[in-house]
Design a protein around this ligand. Structure first.
Ligand SMILES: Nc1ncnc2c1ncn2[C@@H]1O[C@H](COP(=O)(O)OP(=O)(O)O)[C@@H](O)[C@H]1O
Ligand SMILES: CC(=O)N[C@@H](CCC(=O)OP(=O)(O)O)C(=O)O
Length: 313
């Protein structure tokens, strides 16, 4: 009887053993996970996301969550009768819209994620970039067709203070950060794209990995004409591709480039619609999505997607 039970449990043991090199490698490292508003579409996915994050934390990683909420903000702006449009992939944010952005990100989306994570224990602590000077920004004026455009209260990050996040990590907590920044003089707040905020935090924290969960499989080579996903590209290859990208992929891939150019080992864009995509990406041989790596690595890793006999990524 007990022999049969052991046999049926064997595949589970194999799965755990497959994760061993990854566990060893990632132990004590920092991973910044960006959870996009478009990936937060259903309750089961959100619950699975929370499980994955808590799993990583218990596996010895330092996990920082940065969340988006674009669709949720758009819905709230609609309800308030505030018209919103995007320019250069960023929301044109009036004073009135800013109040709604802050209310939705810090008061709704962040609270929900903190609640889901804390169903597993007293782990998550929510903050915005305003708290403890975590993210400071100045007014962002993107260049569109050669002209600098005013898109309202949208911030360009000028400084990151990692003190509060590091204190939380040292205390075993999971910081959950909303992408709102303070202005230098604390006179007002700015709306920052969540991909940009996640990338800046990953770089400032010296994270090993930036993981961006979104609502597509990864970076499509020829979107929207084909669904061929680019599985791996270097910083230089990505830089060449940037001018061809559109909409939400612009801040996402600019963020990945910023991260790997500033000390982060890998930046990955993965499909948040796939349950447990974080664990699939980090702990198994079946890396999914798109991985961006720095141009030159002093060591051989991660030269390629880990294969059967490859190094863990
Ligand atoms: N080359 C591309 N590959 C994949 N998606 C792309 C590409 N170019 C633009 N997109 C669009 O970017 C979207 C993801 O960005 P976004 O809507 O901001 O998501 P999130 O809320 O996760 O940040 C995709 O759903 C797709 O419509
Ligand atoms: C300036 C800017 O565009 N800010 C974003 C912030 C939220 C966000 O980035 O959410 P996703 O990750 O879900 O797209 C916005 O207002 O929609």
């Amino acid at each position: 009887m007990s022999t049969t039970r052991k046999h049926t449990a064997l595949p589970k043991a194999q799965i755990l053993i497959e994760a061993l090199p990854w566990l060893t490698r990632h132990n004590g490292r920092t991973v910044v996970i960006k959870f996009g508003g478009n990936a937060m579409v259903d309750e089961d996915l959100k619950a699975a996301f929370a499980q994955d994050v808590v799993f990583l934390r218990h596996a010895g990683l330092h996990v920082v969550v940065v969340h988006g909420g674009g669709p949720q903000i758009s819905a709230a702006l609609d309800r308030h009768g505030i018209v919103s449009e995007f320019k250069a992939g960023l929301r044109v944010t009036t004073e009135d819209a800013m109040d709604v952005v802050r209310m939705v990100l810090a008061g709704q989306v962040q609270r929900e994620l903190v609640g889901l994570l804390n169903q597993h224990g007293p782990l998550a602590v929510g903050l915005t970039g305003e708290d403890a000077h975590t993210i400071t920004a100045t007014k962002h004026r993107p260049e569109i067709d050669g002209e600098l455009v005013d898109i309202g209260r949208v911030g360009e990050i000028t400084a990151i203070d990692t003190g509060a996040i590091e204190a939380l990590l040292a205390d075993g907590r999971i910081p959950v950060v909303s992408s709102i920044a303070r202005s230098q003089d604390d006179g007002h707040v700015y709306n920052v794209n969540a991909d940009t905020a996640a990338a800046a935090l990953a770089a400032a924290l010296g994270a090993e990995t930036l993981m961006v969960l979104t609502d597509v499989e990864g970076l499509y080579e020829d979107w929207p004409n084909s669904d061929e996903v680019i599985s791996r590209l270097t910083a230089s290859q990505l830089e060449k591709l940037l001018p061809e990208l559109s909409s939400g992929m612009v801040p996402k891939m600019e963020g990945c480039l910023h991260a790997v150019r500033n000390g982060v080992n890998t930046a990955r864009v993965i499909d948040g619609r796939v349950q447990h995509s974080i664990l699939l990406e980090i702990f198994t041989d079946e890396g999914i999505g798109t991985m961006v790596v720095p141009d030159e690595k002093p060591h051989a890793e991660p030269a390629a997607r880990p294969g059967a006999q490859g190094e863990p990524s």
